[in-house]
Ligand binder design. Structure first.
Ligand code: DOR
Ligand code: ZN
Length: 343
């Protein structure tokens, strides 16, 4: 097959930032994706419906009408359940994002005591508002490579048992444990998988020198986990869908003694996915993963437009960096030549 046409894809987990960075990088997503779930971890975070509406308008001012930002609220211990329900009812937000405090970039305002957000979670279950989870514990005594698996046992499963009907997305899963947990549960639990976690394992970050552009959170795990993610993504199972977690940081923030977490994949995600799915003998499942399963979980229509990928014999070119008013941002390098290009 040298051409593949799928319904226009969506990105169910995206960081667009604000200001000059937003202006520089949002077109990279809007070029290929119709909609995206927009992460609220700005500084300060997007915590009220009014802030989400204002941020949505700033995004639209950059991307124009061809791209629909689906907004989220950043859950804090002070979040007002009534504000969440009203913002959802008014069509301002699509979901709420849970960051355990300290888990990742700009998560200091996240949740420490999960009992304190119970009223919000119950209101969300009643109103059918999905909860997007950054699934890592932050305990100092838990090894960083174990933090996702421990989160499932200690936090996620207890929350879901206590809140029947709550619809949850485990964001950017990185382990075979998370794949197995999602597979063992009902349709109320979905999971996003990033482009980069389908490509890299922890060796890519650490072997032969430290590679800051492969550092993200949750950190990539060993190869057996990557293979479980590829298996889940290419299986067609409706509970797994694309959330790139494309997370731009300027090069000086990445190439730093304390470098920021995040891989920027918006520019070449669709080319990389076509490569990964073809290598797995599952090109026919790319539309499920990138275009159908996400809308299914979020109860939204599949996009009417299409996106066509074409395979070339010679490698296709893509920019190594995107220049933004907030500095250059390095585009994720999958480490192999890409032959599929969006037409
Ligand atoms: O690698 C990451 N980058 N993981 C996250 O959870 C946050 C993100 C960011 O905002 O930079
Ligand atoms: Zn993220």
């Amino acid at each position: 097959m040298t051409q593949l046409t799928i319904p226009r894809p969506d990105d169910w987990h995206l960081h667009l930032r604000d200001g000059a960075m937003l202006e520089g990088i949002a077109p990279e997503s809007a070029r290929h994706f119709a909609r995206a779930i927009i992460m609220p971890n700005l500084v300060p975070p997007v915590v009220t419906g009014a802030q989400a509406a204002a941020y949505r308008d700033r995004i639209r001012a950059v991307t124009g009408d061809g791209f629909t930002p689906l907004m989220t609220l950043y859950l804090t211990e002070d979040t007002d359940p009534a504000d969440v329900v009203a913002a959802h009812r008014d069509g301002i937000i699509t979901a709420v994002k849970l960051y355990p405090a300290g888990a990742t970039t700009n998560s200091a305002s996240g949740v420490r005591d999960f009992d304190r957000v119970r009223p919000v979670l119950e209101a969300m279950a009643d109103a059918g508002i999905p909860l997007c989870c950054h699934g890592e514990v932050t305990d100092a005594d838990i090894d960083i490579f174990d933090r996702e698996a421990v989160f499932i046992d200690r936090v996620l499963d207890p929350i879901r048992r206590k809140t029947p009907g709550l619809r949850v997305v485990m964001e950017h899963i990185t382990t075979a444990d998370a794949v197995a947990y999602v597979q063992s549960q009902s349709q109320d639990l979905g999971a996003t998988i990033t482009t980069h976690h389908l490509v890299i394992n922890r060796n890519h970050i650490l072997v032969g020198g430290i590679k800051p552009h492969y550092y993200c959170l949750p950190v990539a795990k060993r190869e057996s986990h990557r293979l479980a993610l590829v298996q889940a993504a290419t299986s067609g199972d409706a509970r797994f869908f694309l959330g790139t977690d494309s997370a731009p940081h300027s090069d000086d923030a990445k190439e730093n003694a304390c470098g920021c977490a995040g891989c920027f994949t918006a520019t070449n995600t669709m080319s990389i996915l076509a490569h990964v799915f073809e290598a797995a003998g599952a090109l026919d499942k790319l539309d499920a993963f990138a275009s159908r399963n996400g809308p299914g979980f979020y109860r939204l229509p599949v996009n009417e437009g299409t996106l066509t990928l074409e395979k070339f014999d010679t490698p296709v070119a893509y920019p190594a960096k995107i220049d933004t008013g907030a500095g250059p941002v390095t585009v994720f390098d999958p480490g192999f030549p890409l032959h599929w290009r969006v037409v």
